[in-house]
Design a protein around this ligand. Structure first.
Ligand code: ADP
Length: 528
């Protein structure tokens, strides 16, 4: 790396031996001039030669010394004047004295002014050197990769194109693709800091001529954009580009540079680069993961939805089949029992309606359609649910007993949802009591008004109770202990109740069996 070292002029001080010689020469010359001026009758301005004395002495003296020598020489010239000319001076001799004194004065003031200018120059050079070394240390120590590049030739080339009538460099590059490689060849890297060498390797090793060519990845478009910025005389450039490191790796960098206003300063433009390869890769991976997640969650939603619909529709569809079979039996009778056929047909209509209600409710949940709770009379709802479950209850010999606590006959709920929950809990109760003694196969439904205004509807069975290892996962989707179970019922029921501000909890009863408690939140309309 080349670092420009400024050569600060050395302060003009002579070594001791030449200084002594100069002073001696000055003294001898002064004595000689004084002798000739005083004791000879040469009619000329000999005293002007004191100027040489002053010049010789000035080389070895400071400002005060120079003034002292000037005064001494002037005094000697005046002293020499009187023995030769006495107190009746003539005009020519006076003029000669005046010339000599003036020469001394002018020389003295020139020497002093020169000295001041030299001191100022030394001071400003020192400040410049200081600033240069500060810049160098910032340049070298910066953790941002920095390059000093010479863009002067490429600028000249681009300005020449402009002068020749090129208006849009991008368009021009399309028809003259060589312009890019011409530009690349005109840029030289002057210096690179340690971070830059870490990023791309050593320019000296990659391109001994300092050319940028080997750095640029094929089809890199950012370079053209940089050329456009120079062509359009913009003040700065920022871009993202692919560069090839010395070890062959491609690096994605964020590039930033300030383009000087003064064309003469294009020979040293600082280019900063930040390696964003990893950041971009992480961002890409993140976006891909997000897309995967969206796809997965969509698949999961569809899966859960199908599972939920399949589960919830199972009951009304099963009832439909049972009622259709019953109707067929009544038709096969001789004579057919028309009244019974009618009852079966009515049940089939009811079951179909329930099925379509379930589908409508699921659809409205998906579309976030707001379903406002309505006033639901629990006795009516439970009677209807019992009628729906009639077949299952009868098949398994299960009886249902209902008790209502004070103020707990009406609740505010989405009717179809509450009924779905009840059907799920009763179905589970019927299933788990398959092994229970027939005399004990009962479902107890109790409603109770709590002090906070909410209503708790509990469904108790007399089955084996909730298994210890199942308790924690009871409400998880797809958790089932049944050979043909889906494990969706309880999870759907809990989500539905929670969505309405209520809850669904399960526990074992001390006297055996499981108890599921539906909490229906307070409603102003809920009153007995
Ligand atoms: P599935 O009925 O398809 O298994 P659920 O979500 O309705 O799905 O029930 C999940 C599990 O909870 C059941 O497999 C069972 O182990 C347990 N469970 C549900 N109801 C009862 C109950 N009344 N008594 C004991 N365990 C029950």
């Amino acid at each position: 790396m080349r670092i420009n070292n400024l050569t600060v002029p050395a302060i003009a001080t002579r070594a001791p031996a030449p200084r002594l010689a100069a002073r001696l020469a000055a003294s001898i010359l002064a004595a000689t001039v004084f002798y000739v001026d005083t004791f000879t009758s040469i009619e000329s301005a000999i005293a002007v030669l004191y100027v040489i004395v002053l010049l010789l002495a000035a080389e070895t003296l400071g400002r005060k010394g120079i003034c002292a020598v000037t005064l001494s020489c002037a005094a000697l010239a005046v002293i020499s004047y009187f023995p030769a000319h006495g107190f009746s001076p003539d005009f020519p001799s006076l003029l000669r004295l005046a010339v000599s004194l003036s020469a001394l004065l002018i020389t003295c003031s020139l020497i002093l002014r020169n000295d001041r200018a030299r001191s100022d120059l030394i001071a400003s050079n020192a400040a410049l050197k200081d600033s240069e070394s500060r810049y160098r240390s910032i340049f070298e120590q910066s953790r941002v990769a920095l390059w000093e590049r010479d863009y002067s030739q490429v600028r000249y080339f681009l300005m020449d194109l402009k002068a020749k009538g090129v208006v849009d460099l991008r368009d021009y590059a399309k028809t003259h693709p060589d312009v890019i490689s011409d530009c690349i060849a005109l840029i030289r890297t002057v210096a690179a800091n340690a971070a830059a060498r870490d990023l791309l390797g050593d320019i000296g090793e990659i391109a001994p001529d300092g050319s940028m060519r080997s750095y640029l990845a094929p089809n890199e478009v950012t370079f053209l954009e940089l050329m456009v910025a120079i062509f359009n005389q913009e003040g700065s450039f920022e871009g993202k580009g692919n560069l090839m490191a010395a070890d062959g790796q491609t690096k994605l960098v964020l590039l930033s540079m300030t383009l000087p206003d003064d064309p003469s300063r294009f020979d040293r433009v600082v280019v900063g680069m930040v390696d964003i390869t990893e950041r971009e890769m992480t961002q890409k991976a993140l976006l891909e993961a997000q897309a995967d997640l969206t796809r997965a969650s969509r698949a999961a939603t569809v899966g859960a939805l199908s599972a939920s619909l399949a589960h919830e529709l199972n009951q009304p569809l099963g009832a439909l089949v049972v009622n259709a079979q019953t109707a067929l039996r009544w038709i096969d009778r001789d004579p057919p029992d028309l009244a019974a056929i009618r009852r079966s047909a009515e049940r089939m209509i009811r079951d179909s309606k329930r099925a379509s209600d379930i589908i409508r409710n699921t659809r409205s949940m998906l579309s976030h359609e707001i379903q406002n709770p309505e006033e639901v009379a629990l006795p009516e709802l439970i009677a209807e649910t019992r009628a729906l479950m009639d077949h299952d209850l009868g098949r398994e010999d299960v009886t249902v007993d209902v008790t209502y606590g004070p103020g707990a006959r009406t609740v505010a709920a989405v009717r179809i949802e509450l009924q779905q929950v009840l059907i799920n809990l009763m179905s589970n109760a019927i299933q788990v009591m398959a092994e229970t003694n027939v005399a004990r196969r009962r479902i107890l439904i109790e409603s109770e008004r709590r002090s906070d205004g909410s209503t708790v509807l509990s469904v108790r069975d007399f089955g084996p109770g909730i298994a210890e290892d199942a308790a924690a996962r009871l409400f998880e989707p797809f958790f089932t202990t049944k050979a043909t179970g889906m494990g969706m019922g309880l999870s759907i029921c809990k989500s539905m109740m929670e969505a309405r501000g209520g809850d669904l909890l399960a526990r074992n009863h001390p006297d055996g069996g499981a108890v599921f408690e539906i909490t229906i939140p307070i409603s102003e309309k809920a009153d007995d």
